[in-house]
Design a protein around this ligand. Structure first.
Ligand code: HEM
Length: 478
């Protein structure tokens, strides 16, 4: 005689049988963003994949992401992270920032990192000089390669960006080439396994496969070893001693903080180190490799950016972050590159702390919510000709960059929104600007006879952060 209250429906989604098929595909291919785009076409801004008693809700528009993660109505209960295999086994039992729940300790660690990153990312002269120093080394390498028929730009960007991350962590430049090689190998090795494993549907759904011979165990073991090698690089006694005395870089700052704050213990420091490398290097490298690949496909856009550099910076002076305010076309091309490649297609999952009702639908407590940036940035529902690379879409009639509150700009979500918004956003944007302008000021990049990686990022390897497979070109002095 006791009747349940009728419940608000769950978001729409495929049938039980189709959910099983989808899960099987995710286990095999990890191409969640492509599956999500197919389902978005059927169900719209939000859909749910139901697997027995658990729900996986996909948010496919910037409007819904803002509403759920940034609005006062929901943000207190939508900014935790779900349990993941990676979080528990690689991120020191969820003590890295990317995997922590939103609580007082999270806020403290984030503030500490944010303070340092902001300082480095946005305009302090010391950092600009340091990045410019690294860009000069890269320019020298490019100058020496102008006679070659094929130059591996991907590798050159990789080494240069890793050196910048290392300086950011330690405030020291790797001096001899042996040390630099070791640092590069360690970081690439870690990022490679981290990238493959982070969103591994296989390990998240069947954590026990790590005990069986096969792919899951291989991924797990590889990530663990790579993480420990990375930690060894930065927490070995000689570096630790140097950092303690110089107090430099993020690592020095953390060690100083640890002296009077018992919450900043060794595990927290290790977690932040791994955070910065895993979230900081590959994301920026993906953006820059994607950008220069686009320049090879679109020489006329490359020329237009160079004209803007010539008009506003000239050929001799180093580009500076202050130049950003007048480089409208260049800024638009960078934004459009990030939209067009959407190389961080799904982002980092959030979890609902309690049951929430959104627009007549129910998201049960503990539901994992996936931010489908891929669809939000590339669907023809929100963008005119989304598969065409068009920097002009972000310019107004006078050729000026659209203001950030313009509907098109606010529709573009690259770094997340709200309390979990990317902590390295300003750091990433400033480096991308300085690398793009400094290299295009001095050099032309041309395909020559080199095969080009496909431009269509749907064909890139489906990982947490996607990259073109290779980037070979010829380089000419301007
Ligand atoms: C083009 C470059 C980058 C892109 C596209 C990017 C994108 C993102 C996205 C989408 C998120 C997840 C937001 C969410 O959970 O809602 C994120 C989080 C994060 N990013 Fe970035 N990122 C970039 C560069 C960087 C850099 C350079 C750093 C560090 C130096 C960094 C550090 C982090 C960290 C630590 C988090 C986790 C924040 C948290 O859990 O609260 N990112 N990023």
């Amino acid at each position: 005689w006791f009747k349940d209250q009728p419940k608000t429906p769950l978001p729409p989604g495929p049938s039980f049988l189709e959910c099983l098929q989808i899960t099987w595909r995710m286990l095999r291919k990890n191409d969640t963003h492509l599956i999500a785009e197919d389902l978005r076409k059927r169900y719209g801004e939000i859909f749910n994949i139901r697997l027995f008693s658990s729900n996986l809700v996909f948010l496919n528009s910037s409007r819904l992401m803002r509403k759920l993660f940034a609005s006062g109505q929901y943000r207190d209960v939508t900014n935790d992270r779900p349990w993941t295999f990676f979080g528990e086994h690689i991120c020191y039992d969820c003590r890295m920032m990317v995997s922590r729940n939103y609580n007082q300790m999270f806020v403290k660690v984030r503030k500490l990192i944010h303070g340092t990153i902001k300082l480095y990312g946005d305009g302090i002269k010391v950092f600009e000089d340091m990045v410019n120093g690294e860009i000069k080394i890269l320019q020298k390498e490019l100058e020496n390669s102008t006679l070659r028929a094929s130059f591996d730009l991907d590798n050159a960007l990789k080494v240069s960006l890793i050196r910048v991350i290392h300086i950011f962590l330690t405030n020291e430049r790797p001096t001899d080439s042996k040390e630099c090689k070791y640092i590069c190998e360690t970081i690439v090795n870690y990022d490679h396994s981290d990238n493959e494993m982070y969103n591994s549907f296989l390990l998240n759904t069947c954590p026990w496969v790590r005990f069986l011979p096969g792919r899951g165990r291989q991924l797990y073991k590889g990530a663990l070893e790579a993480r420990d090698r990375l930690i060894n690089l930065y927490r070995n006694p000689s570096i630790a001693k140097r950092m303690e005395s110089s107090g430099g870089g993020l690592l020095g700052k953390l060690l100083n903080e640890a002296e009077h704050d018992k919450d900043i213990d060794e595990t927290t420091i290790k977690g932040v180190l791994v955070d910065m490398v895993s979230a900081g290097y590959l994301t920026t490298k993906g953006a820059l490799s994607g950008f220069f690949l686009l320049m090879l496909y679109y020489p006329e856009i490359q020329r237009r950016i160079q004209e803007e550099i010539d008009d506003n910076i000239g050929g001799d002076r180093e580009p500076s972050l202050d130049d950003r305010s007048v480089m409208h076309y260049t800024n638009a091309a960078i934004l459009e590159c990030l939209r067009f490649t959407s190389h961080v297609p799904i982002g980092i999952p959030h979890v609902a702390r309690v049951e929430i009702d959104v627009e007549g639908m129910r998201i049960p407590a503990n539901t994992t919510m996936l931010t489908n940036y891929w669809s939000a940035n590339r669907s023809d529902e929100y963008w005119d000709k989304p598969n065409v690379f068009t920097p002009e879409r972000f310019l107004d009639g006078d050729g000026k960059l659209l203001p950030s509150e313009h509907i098109l700009r606010s529709q573009l979500i690259l770094f997340g929104v709200g309390r979990r918004q990317c902590v390295g956003e300003s750091f990433a944007k400033s480096r991308i600007f300085l690398y793009v302008t400094s290299l295009l000021q001095k050099f032309d990049f041309l395909p020559g006879d080199n095969e080009l990686a496909p431009l269509d990022s749907t064909t890139w390897k489906a990982d947490t952060v996607m990259q073109p497979d290779f980037l070979n070109c010829i380089v000419r002095m301007r």
